[in-house]
Design a protein around this ligand. Structure first.
Ligand SMILES: NC(=O)c1ccc[n+]([C@@H]2O[C@H](COP(=O)([O-])OP(=O)(O)OC[C@H]3O[C@@H](n4cnc5c(N)ncnc54)[C@H](OP(=O)(O)O)[C@@H]3O)[C@@H](O)[C@H]2O)c1
Length: 314
């Protein structure tokens, strides 16, 4: 099967933008479905082979119409916090996986790449992991040429993970950290994007699931301390015990902007690590090799140097 055109759901998000860039760099024609075309266009407009369309992916009529003519679909839609309606785990993960499979069948798209998460499991400790596990099962049970990706937490210049810690450390004198011993194996977003693109035309990846992890396992506390060191905002990190971690998650869940929920606390009960070799010959990028390039320039010294460089260049 020759693949030239790819229909992407969730292509405007953090991972999606990198996947679209990587697809465009390989010469694929890319169609991105979004709820907000103007916002998505800002991120993807410079890519000549990428078109952005307003589509309600939950609408069983609109999704097959969007997919028609594509050779493959990539589903990256996901929510970290359970919302209402189309923003619930059930709608955004489980029902959308079902609709994506149905749309592929109806519109004759033979190939489906599906984004899940490491430790996704129908019997997992959190609603997030259970819904991701259910969605995986739907994709695996389809008669399509499917491939599932299960990354640990993903980092990159525009992530909501290391950058969130950087922001919190910048503005607070100390950090009370829930689940300090939770284990992660962060994977670089460009490695994740490369895995999607390399698998597209690789028949050996049909019917397979891939765990995607970086080269090193970290405890959450280590990651926060690392961000503090690189940004120049070293703060005392006070690890909360299990009961206090739960209480903090509850308190944060009640804020209008959700930074953490009790479901996230339950997700962190399982290690987000893997021991398998990285697929497609990708050498996983170490966090320390790239993160300082965007976190490091937050130190006053780096900002001063940046300012001087800007002035001398002007
Ligand atoms: N980031 C990580 O560390 C990580 C780790 C493991 C797995 N994952 C998985 O990777 C995928 C992408 O994550 P991300 O970090 O790139 O997320 P993101 O930045 O929040 O992007 C999510 C994308 O999904 C779309 N979307 C979100 N909710 C939707 C809804 N209710 N209905 C329709 N579309 C919706 C958004 O599109 P529009 O707003 O343009 O419509 C957006 O493009 C998700 O499935 C996530 O679970 C991420």
């Amino acid at each position: 099967m020759e693949i030239t055109t790819v229909a992407v759901l969730g292509g405007s998000g953090f991972v999606g933008r990198h996947v679209c860039h990587a697809l465009a760099a390989e010469g694929y024609r890319v169609r991105v479905a979004t709820r907000d075309r103007e916002q998505a266009k800002e991120q993807l407009i410079l890519l000549p082979t990428v078109d952005v369309e307003t589509v309600d992916v939950h609408d069983p009529a609109q999704l097959p119409a969007f997919a028609r003519g594509a050779d493959a679909m990539i589903n990256l839609v996901g929510v970290l916090h359970d919302g209402s309606g189309d923003r619930s785990f059930r709608a955004a993960h489980v029902e959308l996986a079902r609709k994506a499979v149905a749309a592929c069948r109806e519109s004759g798209v033979p190939r489906l790449l599906h984004m899940s998460a490491l430790a996704a499991d129908r019997a997992g400790p959190s609603a997030y992991l259970r819904s991701k596990g259910e969605a995986e099962a739907i994709v695996r049970d389809s008669a399509l040429a499917w491939t599932v990706f299960r990354p640990s937490v993903i980092f990159g210049r525009d992530d909501s993970f290391l950058n969130l810690f950087a922001l919190a450390l910048r503005f607070s004198p100390m950090m009370a950290l829930a689940c300090p011993n939770a284990r992660f194996q962060p994977v670089f977003v460009e490695d994740v994007a490369a895995a999607f693109v390399k698998s597209l035309a690789d028949r050996g990846s049909h019917g397979r699931s891939y765990d995607l992890c970086g080269p090193r396992v970290y405890r959450l506390r280590e990651l926060v301390e690392y961000v503090g060191a690189v940004t120049g905002h070293r703060r005392p990190v006070i690890g909360l015990n299990d009961a206090l971690s739960w209480c903090q998650a509850l308190a944060l869940e009640l804020l209008p902007v959700k930074l953490m929920t009790r479901d996230n606390y339950h997700s962190m009960k399982v290690d987000s690590v893997c021991s398998c070799a990285p697929p497609f010959g990708i050498t996983p990028t170490p966090l320390e090799a790239v993160a300082p390039s965007w976190l490091g320039n937050r130190t006053p010294r780096a900002r001063y140097q940046e300012f001087r460089a800007g002035r001398s260049g002007s």
